[in-house]
Unconditional design. Structure first.
Length: 253
């Protein structure tokens, strides 16, 4: 029997994967038997107006673990700080080590151009980790390093926030996954991030956190005539797999 396909969603902050691709992760696990992992660059130490960085980071880390558990997923964190995700040697090594520990066949990350630099830097770092994870001479310095990966994995970019680049131009997906049947799971996963939900609920006097996610999903869903959708673009540069494994696993082709 072939080993299950391993999928890693590697995003900047706790809750990014839940907003951008948790419906697709749920379908891949349920319909294709994939093993799922979620990683974040940071623990979300700036995600508060009234707590210390170390306090909110512990809270948000626990929320991320709880959300990942709902999806039956492993969780990793690279240990970066909010607004200080930088493309440098130590951070590249940290990302490579997570990639090697998760050993994904498929990776999903942020759009290369998005509304905040943390997302863009995470996208670049994940791309480098995907390419360099199989290079045995790229040493991470981890106390218990994982071996190099076997090959360059499939790489996908989730939609940017509000589906536009930093100049307001629309960013079109290569394809949209129907996640209409997974919207309740997305809501449950996002609700695990109570510190962010409560903050935004106090600011907006409504459940803005959940409603924002549902509005975005509904907009993408309309492109394919479904209630909710999640859009993706595939990285098809040199050395990366060229066929669309997500579409194949979900029988979209």
């Amino acid at each position: 029997m072939a080993d299950p396909v391993r999928v890693l969603a590697f995003m900047a902050h706790p809750d990014d994967a839940e907003i951008l691709c948790s419906g697709t992760l749920t379908r891949l696990k349920r319909e294709a038997g994939c093993q799922i992992a979620i990683a974040t660059a940071t623990s979300g130490d700036c995600g508060t107006m009234d707590r210390r960085p170390d306090e909110i980071a512990r809270i948000r880390h626990a929320e991320a673990v709880a959300a990942a558990r709902l999806l039956g997923a492993e969780y990793y964190c690279a240990g970066c700080l909010d607004l200080l995700v930088v493309y440098d040697a130590p951070t590249i090594r940290a990302f490579v080590e997570i990639l090697r520990k998760a050993r994904p066949d498929v990776v999903i990350t942020h759009s290369p151009v998005d509304y905040m630099v943390d997302h863009e830097m995470t996208s670049r770092l994940v791309r480098t980790a995907c390419f360099g994870g199989s290079a045995p001479n790229l040493l991470t310095g981890d106390i218990d390093p994982a071996p190099p990966t076997r090959a360059v994995p499939y790489l996908y970019y989730a939609d940017p926030v509000e589906f536009k680049d930093i100049l307001g131009r629309p960013v079109e997906p290569d394809f949209v996954v129907d996640v209409s049947g997974e919207i309740d799971t997305k809501v449950q996963c996002l609700a695990c991030h109570a510190s962010q939900r409560d903050w935004l609920r106090a600011q907006h006097k409504m459940d803005h956190y959940i409603e924002m996610m549902k509005r975005a999903g509904a907009e993408r869903g309309r492109r394919i005539g479904k209630a909710y959708g999640e859009g993706f673009r595939q990285h098809r540069g040199h050395a990366y797999p060229q066929d669309n494994i997500i579409a194949r696993l979900l029988r979209m082709e």
